[in-house]
Design a protein. Structure first.
Length: 280
């Protein structure tokens, strides 16, 4: 049964073919807890999961409608519209888990907020990319071009690292802001923008870094990207929860469903190229 809760706390802050073949060779399945519950005809009950609408919200709805019943689980998707509110909601018990962040973001939150949230495991890569309305390739960047990047440390470092890997700039190891740039030969003019607003900055900049969670709702596609994050990225989104729920059968079942081969197929068929399931 599909259940959705909307929470609004204010806005804040092409290796796919090979991957598909690899995933097809892997057998997916639900977790032990889910299998046992289904076999016994028991219900694990409801689990509240916080997420942004795309892709995680759509994914959770799909799993709830297509796989959850057989696992004896009811998934209640709790919708958030920014990156700042899901973790506090998980910490205070408003949700039981969330699916929106990578492990680096989670670690940063714990350090800054004194939290102890834990990752159950990686689920998918929401491949971030640089988009442009005027350039065809990152190689087309010219002297003084304007580039908009996120203003949060995790994603700002992610954007700078992607440019550095292409030789556009040079950065210090572990750079998370503009102070970490050690060489900028094109004299690119960087602007730090709130992640949720970056897609709106595209008309006013030569290139803009947008994460998939905001690129997809804005209608941006892989065809418009001039530089896309590779599947070797370390920014796979994780299923997170509180320590007291780490061994909860509902968490175990949900994690199994999210790693199910049918779920992986859904991710590739729906967002192939930008949303990539983790390989087992």
């Amino acid at each position: 049964m599909k259940t959705r809760t909307l929470v609004r706390r204010g806005l804040s802050i092409a290796a796919i073919a090979a991957l598909t073949a690899g995933l097809a060779a892997c057998a997916g399945g639900t977790s032990t807890a889910a299998t046992d519950a289904a076999a016994d005809g028991e219900s694990l009950g409801t689990i509240k999961v916080g997420a942004l609408p795309v892709p995680a919200g759509d994914l959770l709805d799909w799993v709830d409608e297509n796989l959850a019943e057989e696992a004896g689980l009811d998934i209640e998707y709790v919708e958030f519209t920014d990156y700042n509110t899901p973790n506090p909601a998980l910490t205070d018990g408003s949700t039981d888990a969330n699916l929106f962040q990578n492990s680096t973001f989670l670690e940063t939150y714990n350090e800054q907020a004194g939290g102890d949230l834990v990752s159950i495991g990686e689920i998918y890569l929401p491949a971030a990319a640089f988009y442009s309305e005027s350039l065809q390739s990152v190689d087309d960047l010219a002297e003084g071009d304007s580039v908009a990047i996120p203003n949060d440390p995790t994603n700002e470092g992610r954007a700078l690292g992607l440019l550095a890997a292409e030789g556009v700039i040079e950065i210090e190891d572990g750079a998370t802001n503009l102070d970490g740039i050690t060489d900028n030969p094109l004299n690119l003019q960087f602007t730090e923008v709130e992640n949720a607003s970056l897609a709106l900055a595209l008309p006013d900049n030569d290139a803009v870094f947008v994460t998939a969670s905001f690129a997809l709702p804005a209608g941006l596609t892989e065809d418009q990207a001039i530089l896309v994050e590779g599947t070797d990225s370390t920014y796979y989104n994780v299923l997170a929860t509180r320590p007291d729920l780490e061994d909860d059968p509902r968490i175990e079942a949900l994690y199994g469903l999210l790693k199910d081969q049918r779920t992986k197929d859904y991710l590739l068929e729906t967002w192939g190229g930008l949303i990539v399931p983790v390989e087992d």
